[in-house]
Design a protein around this ligand. Structure first.
Ligand code: G1P
Length: 305
């Protein structure tokens, strides 16, 4: 059991072995994690988030057809020399920032046996310390400091911490769902049970796990003994449920900020529009075009011709 005041997490694990079927055919040859959100791959936002939260050591758990991710985080001397020669300092900075943001390591998952199995591949990299897991589909707005808060809760209580969002009962069957006790402090809850993607009428609450976790290293030993669960996959949710049953602390931080599910097509489009509309360079022109565009939109059900 992780005791209070144990050493803080320094490492982040990002599973990126998923096939990205929801974005086919775009993801036939490009990993879904590299699809651009404005002008940066979704994955770069996630790595930046980890680095901002004080986790500069990042492990990506990759799979087949993900070599482009390794290339993305590698340095690109030819490209940098070309930009230097052109005197294009802004793009040179952008290219360098994308590789310098963190120390990125890679391990292959081998077989796609679920999120729990992906996390288990990080055991040697993580060692005996708490660590964070960030899922690439969930983009948390840089102005909201969810991961920082989770790391503080973990440092204070030990054990594991998950990010929670009230998704409404009708959507809970797409997520890991939790049972909770009353708030211990503002926005922080004690978790008393977890179930992966329960049927709507069996869900313990409408609070869903979103893709941020701070985990105690004990999770590895539990994952090794976790049988395949929902979908025949080794579920991280099931391993967390075992820790709860053993009486180990598992807390939830209820998120009230801005989150985009870039694994969902509609949410992905919303994320691109929102983030671009707020940018200094693109925002003014995009906002004025959007206003015009919206006034010209036909009412729902009306013919567009
Ligand atoms: C995974 C987890 C699930 C969690 C979700 C968050 O599911 O298994 O508990 O709620 O991520 O995005 P997936 O989306 O990979 O099916």
């Amino acid at each position: 059991m992780t005791s209070q005041g144990a050493r803080p997490a320094r490492k982040a694990v990002i599973p990126v072995a998923g096939m990205g079927t929801r974005f086919l055919p775009a993801t036939k040859a490009v990993p879904k994690e590299l699809l651009p959100v404005v002008d940066r791959p979704a994955l770069q936002y996630i790595v930046e988030e980890a680095a901002r939260a004080g986790l500069p050591e990042v492990l990506m758990v990759t799979g087949r057809n993900k070599a482009a991710i390794e290339d993305f985080f590698d340095s690109t001397p030819e490209l940098e020399t070309a930009l230097e020669k052109k005197g294009d300092a802004a793009r040179l900075d952008a290219v360098r920032a994308s590789t310098d943001v963190a120390q990125v390591h890679f391990v292959r998952q081998g077989e796609a046996k679920g999120l729990g199995h992906a996390v288990l591949q990080a055991a040697a990299f993580v060692g005996d310390e708490p660590f964070a897991v960030l899922l690439g589909d969930d983009l948390i707005d840089a102005r909201d400091h969810l991961l920082e808060q989770m790391l503080e809760v973990q440092a204070e209580h030990g054990g594991c911490v998950v990010a929670l969002l009230d998704v409404g009962r009708e959507n809970i069957d797409k997520y890991g769902a939790v049972a909770i006790e009353e708030d211990t402090q503002e926005g922080v809850v004690t978790i008393t049970g977890l179930v992966e993607k329960p049927p709507v009428d069996e869900a313990p609450s409408s609070l869903a796990i979103i893709g941020r976790y701070v985990l105690a290293p004990e999770i590895f030993e539990v994952l090794r003994g976790t049988a395949p669960g929902r979908g025949g996959e080794i579920q991280l949710t099931d391993a967390l449920a075992t820790l709860v049953e053993r009486g180990e602390p598992v807390h939830g931080v209820v998120f009230g900020g801005r989150r985009y599910d870039t694994g969902d097509k509609l949410d992905y489009l919303k994320a691109v529009v929102r983030l671009a509309a707020e940018r200094e360079d693109l925002g003014p022109a995009l906002r004025s075009w959007l206003r015009e565009f919206v006034t010209e939109l036909p009412a729902e059900g009306a013919s567009s011709s």
